[in-house]
Design a protein around this ligand. Structure first.
Ligand code: FRU
Length: 701
């Protein structure tokens, strides 16, 4: 009897075990599993594809490998949501042809439109067809059912249609690929021709497709009446950031400052060559006009390098004189040194300087230290502009302005060998005598500073080379939803980076999408700027949180246990930066109870930048570039207030600064017990601090 029971319970146990093995009940509770960001149950995901809104439902397709957790048999995965917040994953929409053993064609990135007027003729019985346009990537030389011949590794554009609201799809085999080759004179680019983004253009009553010639940094514009037969009508590029291939381009209109005037935005991925201080992928945008055939950029959105107008040069480091012969007082290892010509170790290319030479304190490696002080000069203009790169610690590697022997400005690099423009407003010191001092007392990694083209000017240098949509490392292949009104233009991006995407320590899935973000154009500092606002519906998934106010914060103030999924609003007053040390205020999240591991999100008053520091955030071991700090420029509002909106999940932090003009997106991999938080104010006290922390519930339960 006893034995029988024991046997039965053993059998039952075994049965239960078996069932759970066959169908793992996925609770989305694995370590690092995003709780309110979309991630597939299992396997690899990259770019969002085919974003479309129809009848109250948001559809998200995405680059997906049904066969593994790294990039592979690229197919289109599919998920839907009614609120952009809770997602349901569906069966794979387009599975790589021949999967798993004999793949002949993969489905790369593309978009979906609802063909309301059945221009394509795919509709049946009055039902509007949905049409997906994507890049076919052919794995072998082959003759297709359409009779067209394609080569191994060729990329061409194809379509598929759905008659059941996007759930199942038929490829248009009778004619695919419907754009077989790039147009003349670009026929030789057929291996780098991809990522069509399609939309309906009412004014010309045509479909428009924007496709990338990735290596040439061009986007090609096509139009069509029926989504099948396409004409090449114009091209755009290269402009601005071209440090890697151009991928996933799209264009769309937005109102300027919510008014009647409208501008078009070209949004595109760049890999590598992302924002300063990042390695790998990034996303840039260009503001301009679209007349139905041609996209033309606004001059102010295209950067010639950002140099200020009519300047009085203080120092350009050109010519053969040593630094002291040029009038600098030099100490330490800089005695006898001369300006540098690009890279000093022949390995790390220094870029972005003007002319032939610059100052680079990487003389005998990072270990060299010393100080350079300029001859005194009169402050005769409103700004001092210069190019700066190198180490980011303003106490160690910095350029400083001294008036009356007091340091009134100090700026460091951003741990980057690419110089970028920076300017100091010196209107308060008009006609006074000043000196510039360049210090390097750091001997370790990033223990050098790069400077060029120091000048006086009445115009501010613009920080040159691109308009970044997001200044973090984990924001790529952004795409907006078709089917929403113009004032609800909403995007998702892949929250990962090709630099380390395949080795992030998550299992059994890899990659998540960012939170959805609504876009707008606002005039900020006289420039038409793309701003982002979180479009997550957090009302249903957060408590009201608690508002804490701190008249003053100095040093570190513990906030105790905050949790792992947070929406944080933090505002505080701008302040003078400390002349000698770091001047930062912010919040640390996902900290262990001893605060040894944490992620810092804050503002640097000296450089006027928002930052996320993930250098000590948890597991950073899988990639040498991961442990870093990322910066986005942000000017305080006219009333001197800074505001940060921060979204923390089990493996990510997204920060939106100001009116949404500064966003930084980063992945982090903290341990499960990293639930604590603290405020920090370095180099002085920060006042009028208001903090609201809401805990976000999981959207998977
Ligand atoms: C961008 C990208 C696209 C391509 C897809 C392939 O991340 O390289 O250009 O279509 O990924 O998965």
């Amino acid at each position: 009897m006893k034995l029988g029971l024991a046997l039965k319970s053993f059998l039952l146990g075994a049965l239960a075990f078996d069932v759970s093995m066959a169908r793992p009940r996925n609770t989305y509770t694995e370590v690092y599993r995003p709780q309110y960001h979309f991630s597939p149950k299992q396997n690899w995901m990259n770019d969002p594809n085919g974003l479309v809104y129809k009848d109250g439902i948001y559809h998200l397709y995405y680059q997906y490998n049904p066969g593994g957790d790294t990039w592979g048999a690229m197919s289109w995965g599919h998920a839907t949501s009614r609120d952009l917040t809770h997602w349901t994953e569906h069966p794979v929409a387009l599975t790589a042809r021949g999967f798993p053993d004999n793949i002949t064609e993969m489905f790369f990135s593309g978009t979906v439109v609802v063909d309301e007027d059945n221009t394509s003729g795919f509709g049946r019985r009055g039902k509007a067809p949905w049409v997906a346009m994507y890049t076919s990537y052919y794995r072998i030389d082959q003759t297709l059912p359409s009779g067209k011949q394609v080569r191994r590794d060729q990329q061409a554009q194809s379509i598929a249609y759905s008659l059941d609201q996007g759930m199942t799809w038929s490829t248009y085999d009778a004619a695919n690929p419907i754009i077989h080759n790039p147009p003349p004179p670009y026929e030789d680019q057929s291996l780098e021709f991809r990522d069509p983004s399609v939309f309906w253009h009412q004014e010309t009553r045509r479909w428009i497709a924007v496709i990338s010639l990735a290596k040439m940094h061009k986007v090609l514009i096509y139009n069509s009446r029926d989504l099948k037969d396409w004409s090449f009508v114009s091209e755009f590029g290269p402009v601005n950031a071209v440090g890697g291939v151009w991928e996933c381009p799209s264009i769309f209109p937005l109102a300027v400052d919510g008014g009647n005037s409208e501008k078009w935005v070209l949004m595109l991925g760049l890999n590598p060559g992302g924002p300063p201080g990042t390695v790998g992928s990034g996303t840039q945008y260009i503001v301009g006009d679209f007349n139905g055939t041609t996209f033309s950029a606004d001059p102010e959105s295209v950067h010639d390098g950002g140099a200020p107008d009519s300047s009085l040069i203080i120092e350009d480091f050109e010519g053969s004189d040593t630094l002291s012969d040029r009038g600098w007082t030099v100490t330490g290892d800089f005695i006898g040194a001369s300006p540098a010509q690009g890279s000093l170790d022949g390995q790390n290319p220094v870029t972005g300087f003007l002319g032939e030479q610059l100052l680079n304190t990487f003389i005998d490696g990072d270990s060299t230290t010393g100080t350079l002080t300029s001859a005194p000069f009169d402050i005769s203009h409103k700004y001092i502009n210069f190019l700066v790169g190198g180490g980011s610690n303003v106490n160690e590697t910095a350029i400083r302005l001294k008036v009356n022997n007091h340091i009134v400005h100090a700026t460091a690099g951003t741990d980057n060998e690419q110089l970028s423009w920076h300017s100091w407003d010196v209107s308060a010191f008009q006609n006074q005598s000043a000196v510039i001092e360049i210090i390097d007392n750091a001997t370790g990694g990033w223990g050098h500073i790069n400077i060029d083209e120091i000048s006086l000017s009445n115009t501010r240098a613009r920080n040159g080379q691109a308009n970044w949509l997001d200044w973090g490392p984990d924001f790529y292949a952004a795409l907006s939803f078709n089917g929403l009104p113009q004032n609800q233009r909403t995007i998702l991006a892949w929250m990962n980076n090709w630099q380390y995407g395949a080795v992030i320590p998550t299992d059994p899935w890899r990659s998540a999408m960012t939170i959805p973000r609504r876009l707008a154009l606002k005039t900020i500092g006289q420039k038409t700027t793309l701003v982002q606002e979180p479009a997550l519906n957090t009302k249903d998934i957060t408590n009201g949180g608690k508002l804490s106010t701190f008249p003053r914060v100095d040093g570190v103030r513990s906030l105790g246990r905050l949790g792992k999924t947070l929406e944080i609003n933090l505002t505080f007053s701008n302040r003078e930066s400390s002349p000698t040390g770091t001047s930062q205020f912010g919040i640390a999240v996902r900290a262990t109870d001893d605060y040894n591991k944490l992620t810092r999100i804050g503002y640097d008053f000296a450089t006027q930048q928002v930052f996320i520091d993930r250098s000590n955030s948890g597991d950073v071991s899988f990639d040498a570039t991961f442990a870093s700090t990322y910066h986005a420029p942000l000017t305080p509002s006219s009333d001197g207030i800074l505001s940060l909106r921060i979204f923390v999940d089990w493996s990510s932090v997204e920060v939106f600064g100001g009116e949404g003009e500064a966003s930084i997106t980063t992945q982090i991999f903290p341990s499960n017990d990293a639930v604590f938080g603290q405020l920090f104010s370095a180099g002085g006290e920060t006042s009028n601090v208001r903090l609201r922390v809401k805990e976000v519930e999981s959207t998977w339960r």
